[in-house]
Unconditional design. Sequence first.
Length: 319
Amino acid sequence: MPLPAKFPSLSLPVIGAPLFLISTPELVLAQCKSGVVGAFPALNARPPELLDEWLGRIREELARFDELHPDAPAAPFAVNQIVHKSNDRLDRDLDACVKHRVPIVITSLGAREDVNRAVHDYGGIVLHDVIHVTHAKKALEKGADGLIAVAHGAGGHAGTLSPFALVQEIREFWAGPLVLAGAIANGRSILAARVLGADLAYVGSAFIATREANASDAYKRAIVDAHAADIVYTNLFSGVHGNYLRSSIVAAGLDPDHLPESDPSKMSFGSDRVKPWRDIWGSGQGVGAIHDVESVAELVARFRAEYDQALSALRGASR
């Protein structure tokens, strides 16, 4: 599928998923300079005034990088906005995105026409993440330029549908930009997402285990040591179902095999003792492919080699 002109310089068809508390300018800049879209949640900038500073820094550093590397400019960056009534920063954070003309805005937990319109007015594009077709259609009706299909196995807040089913059903009515999330942690999986019908892969957990990520050494080591069976799907910690590392749940003094259900009509953010993301660590089922803590550049280079090798094998098999 043809992608918008905002994606002219990707070395791989990848968006680094915005990681709550973990994605900061250091990670985003490393991702963009490596040729993949770097993204961060606006809520990571604390206090709120810091967002303006972060956006200014990212734009300036990427502009300098492009001047020095005209033949291999940086990929664009993205900011994730939580479009939910619980986010009392949305309007202010959106104003900062408009001021700095953020190339890509990723919206989550709600779609609003006025948010999309504000981004479109300066020439940006909006990608909206969805876990099923109903939300996908509503997002498009409200003006989203593309969709992020968050399938079963994705880290953090995730859906329950197989990527095969979700991509297939979305492609029946949508031919525009489509990103796939769900256990994508190596180059072969990135290629598989393309073969399945997505334009880009959404990669999160693998970037947690990088030196630039703002995660503790214990969190990074837990990612490296984990396998798919170590991921627990629950709505206890935020009111929205998501995938978390079993080891962090145990460390918090809870039994991951006997967790109660949270009220799905309310979004909560844990207790003073246990908070999601800070104490309960999000992760996707693709962790079994993550074996080392490495730099973003090293990770993307490995992805590229794996992607090219898989593509060559696929082409050879089709002859």
